[in-house]
Design a protein around this ligand. Structure first.
Ligand code: HEC
Ligand code: HEC
Ligand code: HEC
Ligand code: HEC
Length: 205
């Protein structure tokens, strides 16, 4: 190997070595800043349930605690990094509340008691679980339904989805599975498609 080539190789090695060293130290410097950031409360203000100014959000948070008659740590630690079972459940509840355009007291009276819509709400949670949908599949804010929500409304009525005799959605919702596939957000099964084609036939489409 010529002297010149050896020299070039050496400089390549030196270059790579320098890069790795600076990368290493650069990397650890980054981790350090990340750690300092983490030691402060990690409040993101990102849950769509919370709206408005800082004060309005704080009021919302206080309303939740007052409603349930609990301390903040009933649901999470100060940094919002650790959530209890109730806290995790509350995240789902917040999603539901946003879809319905309401606050927690739309259904909750206090920690142990619910409003008169309790059974309907429970059926809705079950239906959503069985059909694999979010509440927002059908609900588009306060007293508003999506187009799919409107279709379900007809289906609920024609199928007597929620009757006194049927306290639980599971039975009512099983009827929907005659034509729709479980967990597939109301996709039609084979029979459902036949029904759809028959409907189209009737309409002369
Ligand atoms: C019933 C449960 C529950 C109680 C009680 C509760 N929180 Fe929360 N809190 C939550 C949930 C759930 C979130 C949303 C977390 C997420 O989506 O990551 C949240 C979010 C927050 C946020 C972030 C707000 C935002 O704008 O994103 C703050 C700040 C907060 N809580 C403070 C408090 C304080 C202070 C108390 C006591 C006065 C309290 N929380 C009581 C469940 C609760
Ligand atoms: C549409 C009605 C409705 C709304 C709105 C609602 N909830 Fe609920 N919530 C329920 C029902 C029904 C249950 C009982 C569910 C069950 O038995 O599985 C429940 C249960 C809970 C539980 C568990 C209670 C326990 O001790 O097991 C928590 C915590 C909770 N909700 C928090 C909230 C919070 C916080 C909000 C507002 C952000 C909220 N909920 C909004 C209907 C609602
Ligand atoms: C497949 C469609 C569909 C899904 C999914 C759905 N809903 Fe509903 N929901 C309806 C329809 C339709 C009504 C009846 C509205 C009416 O009569 O005008 C209704 C009514 C309600 C009511 C009674 C009215 C009220 O505001 O108190 C509650 C509570 C409710 N839904 C909660 C929920 C919750 C919580 C979820 C998610 C866990 C959910 N729904 C998911 C279709 C749906
Ligand atoms: C006999 C068959 C049959 C049964 C049972 C049935 N459906 Fe349907 N459903 C259909 C057909 C066919 C369509 C498609 C035609 C249409 O969109 O109007 C449909 C459409 C829907 C849609 C719209 C889906 C989308 O993606 O646009 C929803 C939501 C729905 N049904 C809800 C329900 C609910 C809730 C039940 C149970 C209470 C139910 N259906 C029971 C036949 C059925």
């Amino acid at each position: 190997m010529s002297k010149l080539l050896q020299k070039q190789r050496l400089s390549v090695y030196v270059f790579v070595a320098c890069m790795s060293i600076s990368f290493y130290f650069g990397g650890s410097a980054l981790t350090n800043t990340e750690q300092t950031a983490k030691s402060k409360p990690d409040v993101t203000y990102s849950n769509p349930y919370f709206k408005g100014t800082k004060e309005e959000r704080e009021a919302q948070v206080k309303r939740i605690s007052a409603l349930f008659g609990v301390e903040c740590n009933f649901c999470h630690n100060e940094d919002l990094t650790v959530f209890t079972e109730e806290g995790v459940k509350s995240k789902t509840m917040m999603k539901a509340s946003v879809a319905l355009g309401v606050e927690c007291d739309h259904c909750h009276v206090d920690r142990k008691h619910y409003k008169e819509n309790e059974q309907e709400a429970k059926r809705m949670f079950e239906l959503s679980e069985i059909m694999g949908t979010e509440c927002s599949f059908c609900h588009a804010g306060k007293d508003k339904l999506t187009l799919k929500g409107e279709k379900s409304k007809t289906a609920f009525v024609t199928r007597a989805w929620a009757t006194e005799a049927r306290a639980w959605a599971t039975e009512g919702t099983k009827q929907c599975l005659e034509c729709h596939i479980e967990k597939k957000q109301f996709a039609l099964n084979f029979y459902g498609w036949q029904v759809l084609n028959a409907m189209k036939g009737l309409k002369g489409m």
